[in-house]
Design a protein around this ligand. Structure first.
Ligand SMILES: Cc1cc2nc3c(=O)[nH]c(=O)nc-3n(C[C@H](O)[C@H](O)[C@H](O)COP(=O)(O)OP(=O)(O)OC[C@H]3O[C@@H](n4cnc5c(N)ncnc54)[C@H](O)[C@@H]3O)c2cc1C
Length: 321
């Protein structure tokens, strides 16, 4: 029985957006790879969560009941390996999230599958799966094929694939998973909610991002006000967060957020280190403002200027007053 197996992700009993995005990604290759499309739901009350993944194109929902909703990578690994062993899917899709990264590679090792992480384009050529991911510190994009592999496990980047429209009519099947070997191996201590933030870099279409070039924390309100005036989300490079000038959700880059839906990125006083480029170099229109003509940000910029960022800010403030 081939097909595609999607692993739904939930956090403390609530489905995460990535679950529907994975289903959308699976649907985009279902005709070429072949069905059925199954979704694996793992949790204390998986039947409740199953409603949220019963989306257009899903054929079957497999549920695994666990003692609690706390995430445990060993339980996920065991459940996915069991489902993989029974359903023999051609492709297994997992979110490239903190949770997915904790068990995706070990699932691939145990299934003896092909594997690629942080995939952001999924396609096929002559019926074979092609996954696109970045390499060499995000300097190149590479298309990966998996010839000779009976099964391929992929972790997919979030906020990249569109969730399907409309509900589905999937059947529900409870899956028995032998957890005896992993019981008591780990203990859940505490779940800490991230501090609330009204900033979502991954969803913003226009980001005004500031770097160390703004020089001082006291200058920040000025850029926040400008972003507000322009209808942009305020982003930043990592040193701004490390200095405590802005909260972590504002950070763009490898250890921050990827500007997945951004169409316009205005970088003020950002040098363009590879870790920052990771989060924004794909954006259609990048405007870089940096007094150093050799700053690497200019390698990815659509438009660039070596004017002092404070001069430019003043001009923008005047113009949009
Ligand atoms: C494991 C790891 C993960 C990391 N993750 C991230 C990440 O997610 N995001 C991230 O951003 N970084 C990340 N970094 C840090 C990264 O390597 C850089 O140190 C950081 O991006 C530099 O930030 P910056 O461009 O603001 O500062 P700088 O590199 O100091 O650049 C400041 C720029 O401002 C320009 N400038 C100064 N004054 C003006 C002016 N008046 N007008 C115009 N331009 C001016 C300068 O020419 C300079 O190019 C990571 C590093 C590591 C090791």
């Amino acid at each position: 029985m081939p097909g595609i197996l999607v692993v739904a992700e939930q956090m403390e009993g609530s489905l995460r957006d990535i679950s529907a995005e994975l289903i959308g990604a699976a649907l985009s290759i279902k005709d070429q790879i072949g069905g059925p499309l199954r979704v694996l739901v793992i949790g204390a009350t998986p039947d409740n969560l199953a409603r949220g993944v019963n989306l257009h194109g899903v054929d079957e929902i497999l549920t695994v009941t666990t003692p609690s909703d706390h995430f445990d990578p060993l339980i996920y690994e065991q459940a996915v390996v069991t489902a993989g062993g029974q359903c023999k899917p051609t492709v297994v899709l997992i979110g490239h999230t903190v949770s997915g990264m904790a068990y995706g590679a070990s699932v691939a090792a145990r299934l003896g599958s092909g594997f690629a992480s942080d995939v952001f384009i999924l396609g096929t050529a002559d019926g074979e799966l092609i996954a696109t991911r970045a390499a060499y510190g995000n300097k190149v994009e590479m298309e990966m094929g998996f010839s000779g592999k009976g099964v391929v496990v992929l972790t997919l980047r979030g906020a990249t694939f569109a969730a399907p429209d409309g509900g589905g009519s999937a059947t529900l099947t409870a899956l028995a998973v032998d957890m005896s070997g992993i019981e008591g191996v780990s203990t859940h201590v505490e779940y800490q909610e991230a501090p609330p933030s009204d900033v979502d870099i991954t969803k913003s279409g226009f980001i005004l991002s500031v770097g160390r070039g703004i020089q001082d924390k006291d200058n920040l309100p000025r850029f926040a006000a400008l972003a507000d005036k322009l209808g942009a989300t305020l982003g930043c490079s990592r040193p701004i967060v490390d200095s405590g000038w802005l909260a972590k959700p504002h950070q763009v880059g490898q250890s921050g957020k990827v500007a997945s839906n951004c169409e316009l990125y205005l970088a003020l006083g950002i040098s363009g280190a590879v870790q920052h480029l990771y989060g924004m170099k794909h954006v259609d229109t990048i405007i870089a403002v940096n007094t150093d003509p050799d700053a690497p940000i200019f390698n990815v910029a659509t438009y660039g200027t070596t004017v002092d960022l404070f001069e430019l800010t003043e001009a923008l403030e005047r113009h949009f007053n």
